[in-house]
Design a protein around this ligand. Structure first.
Ligand code: SF4
Ligand code: SF4
Length: 174
Protein backbone atom coordinates (compact mmCIF):
# COMPACT_ATOMS: atom_id res chain seq x y z
CA UNK A 1 0.00 0.00 0.00
CA UNK A 2 1.44 3.39 -0.97
CA UNK A 3 1.58 6.29 1.44
CA UNK A 4 -1.01 8.17 -0.65
CA UNK A 5 -3.43 5.25 -0.49
CA UNK A 6 -2.98 5.03 3.27
CA UNK A 7 -3.91 8.68 3.67
CA UNK A 8 -7.08 8.43 1.60
CA UNK A 9 -10.16 8.88 3.76
CA UNK A 10 -12.76 6.13 3.63
CA UNK A 11 -16.39 6.93 4.41
CA UNK A 12 -16.39 4.13 6.98
CA UNK A 13 -13.74 6.01 8.98
CA UNK A 14 -15.91 9.07 9.49
CA UNK A 15 -17.76 9.46 12.74
CA UNK A 16 -19.98 12.56 12.37
CA UNK A 17 -20.70 12.63 16.11
CA UNK A 18 -17.05 13.01 17.07
CA UNK A 19 -16.91 16.82 16.85
CA UNK A 20 -20.07 17.17 18.96
CA UNK A 21 -18.54 14.87 21.55
CA UNK A 22 -15.41 17.06 21.67
CA UNK A 23 -17.43 20.27 21.78
CA UNK A 24 -19.13 19.09 24.96
CA UNK A 25 -15.81 18.74 26.75
CA UNK A 26 -14.06 21.53 28.62
CA UNK A 27 -11.75 23.31 26.17
CA UNK A 28 -13.26 21.69 23.10
CA UNK A 29 -16.36 23.89 22.91
CA UNK A 30 -15.21 26.04 19.96
CA UNK A 31 -13.76 23.34 17.71
CA UNK A 32 -16.40 23.91 15.04
CA UNK A 33 -15.34 27.54 14.60
CA UNK A 34 -12.05 26.56 12.93
CA UNK A 35 -11.96 27.72 9.32
CA UNK A 36 -8.52 26.25 8.59
CA UNK A 37 -6.57 29.51 8.27
CA UNK A 38 -3.36 27.77 9.42
CA UNK A 39 -2.28 30.44 11.93
CA UNK A 40 -1.93 27.81 14.67
CA UNK A 41 0.46 25.75 12.56
CA UNK A 42 2.51 28.66 11.30
CA UNK A 43 3.03 30.00 14.84
CA UNK A 44 3.55 26.64 16.57
CA UNK A 45 7.13 26.23 17.84
CA UNK A 46 6.90 22.43 17.55
CA UNK A 47 5.61 22.50 13.95
CA UNK A 48 8.60 24.64 13.06
CA UNK A 49 10.92 21.73 13.82
CA UNK A 50 8.71 18.87 12.67
CA UNK A 51 7.76 17.65 9.21
CA UNK A 52 4.63 15.97 10.51
CA UNK A 53 3.23 17.94 13.42
CA UNK A 54 0.44 20.27 12.26
CA UNK A 55 -2.13 21.45 14.84
CA UNK A 56 -4.40 22.70 12.05
CA UNK A 57 -4.49 19.18 10.64
CA UNK A 58 -5.34 17.67 14.03
CA UNK A 59 -8.27 20.07 14.36
CA UNK A 60 -9.45 19.23 10.85
CA UNK A 61 -9.24 15.49 11.42
CA UNK A 62 -11.29 15.92 14.57
CA UNK A 63 -13.86 18.11 12.76
CA UNK A 64 -14.17 15.53 10.01
CA UNK A 65 -14.79 12.78 12.53
CA UNK A 66 -11.62 10.79 11.90
CA UNK A 67 -11.69 9.49 15.44
CA UNK A 68 -9.38 6.50 15.02
CA UNK A 69 -6.78 8.36 12.97
CA UNK A 70 -6.54 11.27 15.31
CA UNK A 71 -6.56 9.24 18.54
CA UNK A 72 -3.92 6.87 17.20
CA UNK A 73 -1.74 9.61 15.79
CA UNK A 74 1.75 9.83 17.34
CA UNK A 75 1.89 13.53 16.54
CA UNK A 76 -0.94 14.20 19.00
CA UNK A 77 1.63 13.80 21.77
CA UNK A 78 4.13 16.29 20.37
CA UNK A 79 2.25 19.37 21.55
CA UNK A 80 4.27 21.26 24.17
CA UNK A 81 1.16 22.96 25.58
CA UNK A 82 2.65 26.43 25.15
CA UNK A 83 -0.78 27.86 24.16
CA UNK A 84 0.62 30.08 21.38
CA UNK A 85 -1.99 28.61 19.00
CA UNK A 86 -4.82 29.35 21.42
CA UNK A 87 -3.64 32.94 21.87
CA UNK A 88 -3.39 33.57 18.13
CA UNK A 89 -6.38 31.73 16.67
CA UNK A 90 -8.60 34.36 14.99
CA UNK A 91 -11.63 32.18 15.68
CA UNK A 92 -10.91 31.75 19.39
CA UNK A 93 -10.53 28.00 19.03
CA UNK A 94 -8.73 26.71 22.11
CA UNK A 95 -6.39 24.63 19.99
CA UNK A 96 -4.13 23.46 22.83
CA UNK A 97 -7.16 22.47 24.89
CA UNK A 98 -8.70 20.55 21.99
CA UNK A 99 -5.43 18.65 21.76
CA UNK A 100 -5.62 17.95 25.50
CA UNK A 101 -9.19 16.68 25.09
CA UNK A 102 -8.04 14.37 22.29
CA UNK A 103 -5.13 13.10 24.37
CA UNK A 104 -7.48 12.37 27.25
CA UNK A 105 -9.78 10.42 24.92
CA UNK A 106 -6.78 8.48 23.62
CA UNK A 107 -5.49 7.84 27.15
CA UNK A 108 -8.94 6.55 28.20
CA UNK A 109 -8.38 3.81 25.66
CA UNK A 110 -4.82 3.16 26.78
CA UNK A 111 -3.33 4.88 23.74
CA UNK A 112 -0.38 6.53 25.44
CA UNK A 113 3.16 6.60 23.98
CA UNK A 114 5.55 4.16 25.64
CA UNK A 115 7.85 6.98 26.73
CA UNK A 116 5.08 8.50 28.91
CA UNK A 117 4.19 5.09 30.33
CA UNK A 118 7.83 4.68 31.34
CA UNK A 119 7.89 8.13 32.91
CA UNK A 120 4.76 7.25 34.90
CA UNK A 121 6.24 4.00 36.16
CA UNK A 122 9.45 5.80 37.13
CA UNK A 123 7.43 8.38 39.11
CA UNK A 124 5.64 5.53 40.87
CA UNK A 125 8.90 3.84 41.75
CA UNK A 126 11.04 6.78 42.78
CA UNK A 127 9.00 9.97 42.63
CA UNK A 128 11.18 11.08 39.72
CA UNK A 129 10.05 11.14 36.09
CA UNK A 130 13.51 10.04 35.04
CA UNK A 131 15.44 7.11 36.53
CA UNK A 132 18.64 8.68 37.77
CA UNK A 133 21.55 6.31 37.07
CA UNK A 134 23.55 5.05 40.08
CA UNK A 135 26.71 6.34 38.44
CA UNK A 136 25.37 9.87 38.45
CA UNK A 137 24.37 9.62 42.09
CA UNK A 138 27.89 8.42 42.97
CA UNK A 139 29.38 11.26 40.94
CA UNK A 140 27.34 13.74 42.95
CA UNK A 141 28.78 12.24 46.13
CA UNK A 142 32.36 12.46 44.91
CA UNK A 143 31.78 16.08 43.93
CA UNK A 144 30.46 16.81 47.42
CA UNK A 145 26.89 17.58 46.33
CA UNK A 146 24.11 16.87 48.85
CA UNK A 147 21.95 13.78 48.22
CA UNK A 148 18.89 14.37 46.06
CA UNK A 149 15.64 14.81 47.96
CA UNK A 150 13.67 11.58 48.15
CA UNK A 151 10.31 11.47 46.40
CA UNK A 152 7.10 10.19 47.88
CA UNK A 153 5.96 7.56 45.36
CA UNK A 154 3.30 6.14 47.72
CA UNK A 155 1.48 9.42 47.98
CA UNK A 156 1.89 10.12 44.25
CA UNK A 157 0.61 6.60 43.46
CA UNK A 158 -2.45 7.17 45.65
CA UNK A 159 -3.29 10.38 43.82
CA UNK A 160 -2.68 8.89 40.38
CA UNK A 161 -4.86 5.90 41.22
CA UNK A 162 -7.67 8.15 42.48
CA UNK A 163 -7.78 10.26 39.33
CA UNK A 164 -7.78 7.16 37.11
CA UNK A 165 -4.39 7.91 35.61
CA UNK A 166 -2.91 4.52 36.43
CA UNK A 167 -5.74 2.70 34.69
CA UNK A 168 -4.94 4.68 31.53
CA UNK A 169 -1.25 3.87 31.48
CA UNK A 170 -1.78 0.23 32.44
CA UNK A 171 -4.35 -0.32 29.67
CA UNK A 172 -3.13 -1.71 26.40
CA UNK A 173 -3.99 0.60 23.47
CA UNK A 174 -7.16 -0.38 21.59
S1 SF4 B 1 -5.70 29.25 13.96
FE1 SF4 B 1 -7.77 28.69 14.60
S2 SF4 B 1 -9.07 28.95 12.78
FE2 SF4 B 1 -6.93 28.94 12.09
S3 SF4 B 1 -6.52 26.77 11.56
FE3 SF4 B 1 -5.87 27.03 13.67
S4 SF4 B 1 -7.67 26.48 14.90
FE4 SF4 B 1 -8.37 26.83 12.82
S1 SF4 C 1 0.13 24.54 22.38
FE1 SF4 C 1 0.90 22.84 21.17
S2 SF4 C 1 -0.06 23.08 19.17
FE2 SF4 C 1 -0.27 25.02 20.24
S3 SF4 C 1 1.48 26.26 19.58
FE3 SF4 C 1 2.08 25.24 21.49
S4 SF4 C 1 3.07 23.32 20.87
FE4 SF4 C 1 1.94 24.12 19.08
Amino acid sequence: MTETTEKRIKASEIDPKFKYEISKMHGGEKIMRCFQCGTCTSDCPVARFSDTYRPRQIIRMAQLGLRERVLNSDTLWLCAACFTCTDRCPQDVEVASVIRVLRNLAADRGIVPQVFKEEASSILESGYAYRIPELRLKKRQTLGHPPLPTGNPQSIGKTLRKIGFLKCVEKKGS
